[in-house]
Write a new protein. Sequence first.
Length: 745
Amino acid sequence: MQIEGSIEEIIFRNDQNGYTVFVIDFKSTPVVCVGKLINANIGESLSLDGEYVNNNKYGYQFSFTSYEIILPKTLAGIEKYLSSGLIKGVGPITAQNIVKHFKEQTFDIIEMSPSSLAEVKNISIKKALEIGEKFKELKNLQNTVMFLQKYNITTNMALKIYDIYGNKTIDIVKNNPYKLVEDIDGIGFLTADKIAKNIGIPADSEFRVRAGILYSLSSSIEKTGNTYLPKNLLISQSSNLLELDYSLRQDLFDDALSSLTLDKTVISMWYHDAEIITPTKYYFYENAVAQKLTLLNVSQITQKLNLDDEIKHFEEKNNIIFHEEQKNAIINAINNGVSIITGGPGTGKTTIIKCIIEILKQNHLKFMLLAPTGRAAKRMTDSTGEEAKTIHRALEVASGDLAVNSRFVYNENNPFKTNVVIVDEMSMVDISLMNHLCKALPRDCKLILVGDKDQLPSVGPGNVLDDILKSGIINVSLLKKIFRQSDDSLIITNAHMINSGKMPILNNSSKDFFFEEKQDLNSIKNSIVDLVVTRLPKFTGLDSNQIQVLAPLKAGICGIDNLNKSLQARLNPPSINKMEIPVGDNIFRVGDKVMQTTNNYNLVWKKLNGFIEEEGEGVFNGDIGFIDLIDFQTNELVVMFEDGRRCIYPRTDISQLALAYAITIHKSQGSEFDVVVIPSIAGPNMILTRNLIYTAVTRAKKMVVIVGEQKNLKKMVANNYTVQRYTLLKDLIIISDKKIKELFE
C-alpha cells in the first residue's frame, strides 16, 4: 500500500546504511515508519510504498521498500524543510528570510536562479551559489535513487552506484546498464539485462555481448574455481547466456573480446595449442605466486644442515621415534627455501611441525604459524603450544590511508618480520589469498606448506596446493605411514580406506565410527535431527553445538537448507522473548549458529584479550559464530564468533550470513569438529565423489556418524572423479623456475 505525509520526528537514524525510524503525519495520524532513506529531514514530505507489520517489541510500524520525495507546497512546509539542516549553511533564520522573500517560488529560485538568493539579508553571492549547488546535488541523488528503484535496485546499492558514477549515473545506466556488471560488485548480468530490455537496448548490442562474456568468465571462476577458460568454452557459455548464435554473429563476439582485451580487463593467450581467456587480475595472481615461490626456492640454496642431533634430542624429550619419512620431512623443511609436507590424518604432520618449531627456536629464528581459517589456526595453537593466526589476520586488513594502496598492511612494501612461515591446511588456500601471502614474505624467508593433497580443492579460485605439487619444482615430503590410531578407533583407519577406494568398516563396534542404515530421505533427515538434538548429546556428553552436520548438497530434503530449518526448529525454536529477523528465505534468531559465507574486509570486530580490548576489520568466508543480539531499532545483529570476535552486522551485510547447524562439506575445509554427522544420499556423480566423503570424515576429532544407504556410500567411495580446474600456476612455476635458475647461473 502507499501512504503519504511529512516527517514529524526522527526516532533513529543509521547514517552508514540509511536505516531510519521516523514518524510521519498521515491524514492527521502519527505513523511510525521503518526503512532506508538517503537523507532524513524534519518537514520532508514522502510518499512511501510498503506494508504495516507488527513488531514484537515496538508494535505496528509501516515498513517501506521504496519511496518518493515530495517537496512541500505550503510556506510553513517549505520553511520547515529548508531549516532542517538538509542544506549546509541554511538554518532556521536564513530559511525564514528566504521563504519570506520568495514565498511559493522558493524552490524554483534555488534550483533555477540561485544567484538571486543574494537578495536575501546575510546571503553572499558565494553562499547563494553554494546553496544552489547543494540543492541540485541532493535532487540529483534523490532522482537517481528513485530511478534505480524502478529496476528493483535497493537504496543501499543505489547509493553505492551513485558514489561511483555521481550525477552521470542515470545517463550511464540509460546508455549502457551493462557497465554496472563490470564496475559494481553485487550487480549481476541478469539485473543489468532486465534494465536494458526495459530501456530498449537491442539484444545484439556490443555492450550486452561484452557483459555476457565477462559474466560467463567470472561465473566460471566463482562457481568452479577456474582461473581461465578455453576460448571455445567461453564462447559456448556466453552464447547460451545471451541466446545469440556464435556461428551467425561471430563478429559481435570477436569485437567484444577485442574490446575486453584492449582495455586489459582480460588477457587472451595461446596455451597448450588452444586460445584461452583469463581475467587479467588472476593471471597476475598466479604469475606473482609462481615468481615468489621459485625465487624463495632458488635463492636459499645453501649448504645442507645436518639435523641428526636436534631430531634425536626432540625424540628423547618427547619419548618418540620418528619414522624415516618423518625425519626427511623435517630435514627438507629446514634445508629448503620452500617445501611441502603432505599426508593424511594420523601421519604425524603435527609432530613434525612441533619438531621444526623447536629446531627454529634453538637456532634463534623467528617464525609464524598460519592457517586459512580460525578453527584451523586454533587447532594449530592447541597442538603446538605456539600462537597461530589466520592468514588474513596476520596480513592485517588495511584501513584509512593504508587501504588506498593495499588491501592489507603487510605486503611487498611492508613484509613480515620473520625467518620462517609455516602454513597448515594448504589445500583450502585459494590463489587470491596465496598471492597476498606471497607478497608479504621477505626475500630471505623459508616457506613450509602443510596439507592433505587428497582433500577437496579450495572453495575460491585456483588449485594452489595441487599445482605446486604437480610442478615438480618444490621439494615434497609425502607421509604415508599412519601413527595416530588407537585399537578401538576407526576414524583414521576408515579415512585411509576411503582414500584408497575401499569401503570403510561399518560394524558399529568401534567407539568413534558409526553407520545408521535408513532408506528414504525423510527418515535420513529425521534421524540426523534426532542425533544432533538428543541422542548424541546424551551418548557423548557434548552440547548439540559441538556436533556438526556436514552435507554434500545444498538443496533437497537432506540438503543443508532444509536440514538447517529442521535443526533450528528443534534447537532454537521461536519464542515471545526471543528476537528474530527475516533474511531472504530464512529467519535468524538470537542464539542461532551462523556462518559467514563471503570475505568482508570492512566489517569491524572487537575482541577481549584478557583486560585489553582488541579491534580490527575483516570477517571471512567460513567463520562460524552465534547470534548474540538483534536490534530492531537499527535492524542490525551482533555475532559472537568462536574465536571471541564480536561483530555488528548492519542490515545490508546480514545476507552474508547463513545458518550453520548444517554446512556443506566444501565449507568445512580447514575445520575440525568434535562430532560430524553425514547424510549418505544419492546425487550427481560430479559432486558425490571419493574426496568429498574423505574430506567429511577427516573433519571429525572424536566421532563420525553416517546416516543413509550403504549403496550410496559405496558409490561415493568408488567414484574417483575430480573436477578439472583450468589453472596456470603449475606451468607458470615451471617457466619461472627456469628463468630464475638461468639468472643465478
